[in-house]
Design a binder for this molecule. Structure first.
Ligand code: FAD
Ligand code: UDP
Length: 387
């Protein structure tokens, strides 16, 4: 069969691009996916006990973008779910993001006075990053900032990134600000929830189009050769657009050195109880070698009695060893400069396009990838029209 477009990777970036090109552009699209399943890191499946789990870590959908929500809603209905997380601080549980209720749990009688000072300084319902709060010179607020830094951020960040909050991209800790509110949801986005039949089913519907062919277990690097005339697929120059959603350094044999990533080891445990913990996720912010424990049934709404599955996440540097997955780009000026060198090689290839969390070397949530892929597909379809 002849194809008009080639997409590498069947996660959000690849699946959304493929669907748009196939449906709106009436292009025949070949999707190559190296894993034996679709969905990328959002893939879910039932484990041996019948519990629906997220194989590559807990995924909660949330967005402020209506067009993203509407787009995905074509392929799924949603279960209402609002993620609530607590930190385990020496056995005491308190909401994360650290909020006015956490303040009360941590400071007891002193909380009202601290709350008044906080509200006077920043205003009600405001979000303040921990790095910002640490700049406050008021002695009481400085003490509070130090408490939050020590008990919520420093150990968790050391576990997750191997370094302190000051040494990582400030946008990372800004994802979980101190929140001057009683709202204990992890996200305040207007659209949030879980796909009613799971993520994999959402992907199956998105990729179910007569113009789309998905080939699993196919590492594109084994089929593609890069030449100045274009990308050769199985020996012949491929005329249409090639969309790549994997790590860009690996395309070029890591010739400038590996792009740094963090990877995770997931430890899944099934327990013969209805519930293991009271929340979807408990962050271990002062002790334990893992960062967090997630119990899937809270998130998926699955009703199954007498059994539950949890996952513990252990972070470490990505080494590129077979079987390791590059989960988190380590954003820094130096790493971004290295990424740009690889991107320049990719940009020099005719009709070759990078999209996705790996290919763009960004800390993107699912919704951002959907938006990026929709934009890329629009650009490709516009080019096609003007040809
Ligand atoms: P991926 O999902 O990584 O898909 C890329 C695909 O390309 C993979 O299937 C890969 O196998 C394939 N591929 C790569 N190279 C090749 C090759 N050479 N040949 C063939 N195939 C190839 N986002 C949220 O919005 N909410 C959350 O709660 C959330 N939780 C997360 C938790 C964890 C632990 C992690 C790591 C991420 C989380 N995310 C979350 C982010 C989310 O996973 C990503 O934004 C999204 O899945 C990225 O989609 P993608 O298509 O860019 O990449
Ligand atoms: N973080 C922290 N303590 C927490 C939660 C988050 O120190 O209890 C920091 C940590 O550096 C983490 C970052 O904030 O990597 C972003 O957290 P988020 O929960 O958004 O991470 P993700 O779900 O993407 O792994």
């Amino acid at each position: 069969m002849k194809f008009d477009a080639l997409v590498i990777g069947a996660g959000y970036a690849g699946a959304v691009t493929a669907r748009q090109l196939a449906e709106v552009g009436n292009m025949r699209v070949l999707v190559l996916e190296q894993r034996d399943h679709i969905g990328g890191n959002a893939y879910d499946c039932k484990d041996d006990a019948g519990v629906l789990i997220h194989q590559y870590g807990p995924h909660i959908f949330h967005t402020v973008e209506k067009r993203v929500y509407d787009y995905l809603s074509r392929f799924t209905t949603w279960l209402p779910y609002e993620h609530r997380v607590v930190a385990n601080v020496h056995g005491q549980l308190m909401p994360v993001p650290f909020n006015l209720d956490s303040l009360e749990i941590a400071f007891g009688d002193r909380a009202p006075a601290l709350r008044e000072k906080l509200l006077a300084a920043y205003g009600p319902e405001q979000k303040v990053t921990i790095l910002e709060l640490r700049k406050n010179t008021d002695p009481d607020l400085a003490e509070l900032a130090d408490y939050v830094y020590q008990n919520v951020f420093v150990n968790y960040t050391m576990k997750q990134w191997g370094t302190t909050p000051e040494q990582i991209d400030p946008a990372t800790t800004a994802r979980v600000p101190v929140f001057l509110s009683h709202d204990d949801r992890y996200f305040q986005d207007p659209y949030q929830g879980m796909p009613a039949n799971g993520y994999t089913s959402l992907f199956a519907r998105m990729l179910d189009h007569p113009n789309i062919t998905v080939e699993l277990g196919q590492d594109a690097r084994e089929h593609l050769i890069f030449t100045p005339e274009g990308v050769k697929l199985d020996g012949e120059v491929f005329a249409g657009p090639v969309v790549y959603t994997g790590p860009v350094d690996e395309l070029f044999d890591c010739r400038f050195g590996r792009l740094p990533y963090r990877t995770l080891d997931f430890q899944f445990e099934t327990h013969p109880v209805d519930w293991y913990q009271t929340r979807g996720t408990v962050n271990y912010t002062v002790d334990q070698p893992y960062t967090r424990i997630t119990e899937f049934k809270h998130m998926t709404g699955q009703e199954i009695k007498g059994v539950t599955t949890i996952v513990k996440e252990f972070s470490k540097p990505y080494s590129g060893t077979e079987g390791e997955v590059p989960y988190y780009a380590i954003i820094s000026p130096e790493n971004t400069a290295l990424y740009e060198k690889y991107k320049a090689l990719a940009d020099a290839l005719p009709n070759f396009h990078l999209v996705g969390r790996l290919a763009e070397y960004k800390y993107y949530n699912m919704d951002a990838i959907v938006a990026q892929a929709l934009d890329l597909a629009d650009r490709l379809l516009k080019n096609k029209k003007s040809e």
